[in-house]
Design a protein around this ligand. Structure first.
Ligand code: SF4
Length: 260
């Protein structure tokens, strides 16, 4: 390297993105940082963009200092159908999602990716330049994946059940509680009487019957429980979950929505 003598100010500037983690993958700005880190005393950089750091990694020793006010969760991105890994940075008191980035444990985000059993401290190290880490594993996501943070925070996001509050197609909805949703879906009844509709809606309970034929004249249709139809799914686990629910309910009618 060109020189091992560098001022503390230069070092801090160089290490501003190298030794500390703020967004998944931050600190990936050039090989020179790794060389600089190997020859300089460590000092945690000041936060430069308003977000609290979740951890600092000593570039010489690889020691990790955790900020207990920040929670990091490794999960899966639903920004599109690729279901990459992601990494969420949250406030410990809940309610604030600071950032979304890539997941160093996931092959969609890192190469090589961390083994599943690698401790979480290694995940921090993998996104720093400490001890030969960095530029080898990292953990990145695409821009759309990072933008899921905006989806989480946008004001029109649906966070509660909505029940139709007008004629079909009229576009009128009202929020209801989860308890009301479960009660109405399971028990049925004249669920839209409040908007002048008189029809009786069957609930899950009325068709949870694996003995009675759905139609005695058409025995191949199986039991009444086959009236329960689940259409949906996705390869992130929902398809498996839905399949288990339909099986337990006694219906063979579970379909994926793809290409439908
Ligand atoms: S990170 Fe990007 S490619 Fe991967 S699931 Fe999310 S949006 Fe899709």
């Amino acid at each position: 390297m060109e020189s091992t003598k560098m001022s503390r100010r230069s070092f801090l500037a160089a290490m501003g993105a190298a030794g500390a983690l703020s967004v998944a993958g931050v600190g990936i700005s050039g090989q020179s940082h790794k060389a600089l880190a190997a020859d300089a005393d460590f000092a945690a950089p000041a936060t430069g963009h308003g977000q609290p750091l979740e951890a600092s990694v000593d570039p010489k020793t690889g020691d990790v200092s955790i900020n207990e006010d920040v929670i990091v969760r490794y999960s899966a991105c639903l920004g599109c159908y690729s279901s990459c890994g992601n990494r969420l940075k949250l406030s410990r008191d809940g309610g604030t999602l600071y950032s979304v980035g890539g997941n160093p444990y996931n092959p969609s985000c890192a190469n090589p990716y961390l083994p599943f059993e690698a401790p979480l401290e290694d995940a921090y190290r993998s996104m720093s330049y400490a001890n030969g880490y960095g530029n080898s594993t990292r953990g990145t996501s695409c821009g759309r994946g990072q933008a899921t943070q905006d989806g989480y925070g946008q004001p029109d996001r649906i966070t509660m059940p909505l029940k139709r509050a007008g004629a079909r197609g009229e576009g009128k909805w009202k929020p209801i509680s989860w308890d009301q949703l479960i009660k109405e879906v399971t028990e049925g009844g004249k669920l839209f009487a409040d908007i002048g509709e008189d029809q009786e809606i069957e609930g899950f309970l009325s068709i949870h019957d694996t003995e009675t034929p759905l139609n005695p004249d058409e025995p191949t249709l199986g039991p009444k429980s086959n009236q329960f139809v689940l259409l949906g799914g996705r390869g992130d686990g929902r398809t498996t979950f839905g399949g288990r629910f339909a099986n337990c309910f006694g219906s063979i009618n579970q379909y994926g929505h793809a290409s439908t």
